[in-house]
Design a protein around this ligand. Structure first.
Ligand code: MN3
Length: 201
């Protein structure tokens, strides 16, 4: 059985960048529904149900056709939000250092250039989806994907992602997705992103 991970900080911990009410609904309601529906989809697949959700998504091609859509939407939703909560925190932000900082400079030219590229990808995602910083074939890349489609299904490892479904920002930012993105950079835990980067390489 998959379980909703506990939010590692208070609902209001990311204010003023992300408001407490949005965090509460987003974590307790939206993410819970992905977890519940994933468990329902896997109810008759005991072997698949044992896998960590990341492994389930990496092996997406072998998931039975009858539950592929549910696994993509709800398994993706579960994995994506788990990463999202974990890579944000209070007193965070700033810029990446060490091996990750150097890899970002090498791949994009500078941290500012990465920010511009990820902002453009996330702003340009039509409708609901995510902007991602991923490692694929050992290299950093920025991509956007619709809905809850996980980069793991393409054998890319997400190390940072931003949810641009309206439920992620509408209460505080309404239609201003770009303002939400600008604020989000202030809550990124680069120590966590660096851990994921070193694990992915
Ligand atoms: Mn969401």
């Amino acid at each position: 059985m998959h379980e909703l991970p506990k939010l590692p900080y208070a609902f209001n911990a990311l204010e003023p960048h992300i408001d407490a009410r949005t965090m509460e609904i987003h974590h307790d309601k939206h993410h819970q529904v992905y977890v519940d529906n994933l468990n329902k989809a896997l109810a008759n697949e005991p072997e698949l149900a044992k896998l960590p959700v990341e492994d389930l998504l990496r092996g997406f091609a072998t998931v039975p056709a009858a539950i592929q859509t549910a696994v993509k939407n709800h398994g993706g939703g579960h994995a994506n939000h788990s990463l999202f909560w974990e890579t944000m925190g209070p007193g965070a932000g700033g810029s990446p250092t060490g091996a990750l900082g150097q890899a970002i400079d090498a791949a994009f030219g500078s941290f500012t250039a990465l920010q511009e590229k990820l902002n453009a990808a996330a702003t340009g995602q039509f409708g609901s989806g995510w902007g991602w910083l991923v490692v694929g074939d050992g290299k950093l890349d920025v991509i956007a994907r619709p809905n809850q489609d996980s980069p793991l299904m393409e054998k890319k490892s997400p190390i940072l992602g931003v949810d641009v479904w309206e439920h992620a920002y509408y209460l505080n930012y309404q239609n201003r997705r770009a303002d939400y993105l600008k604020a989000w950079w202030n809550v990124i835990r680069w120590d966590k992103v660096a851990e994921k980067f070193s694990a992915a390489r």
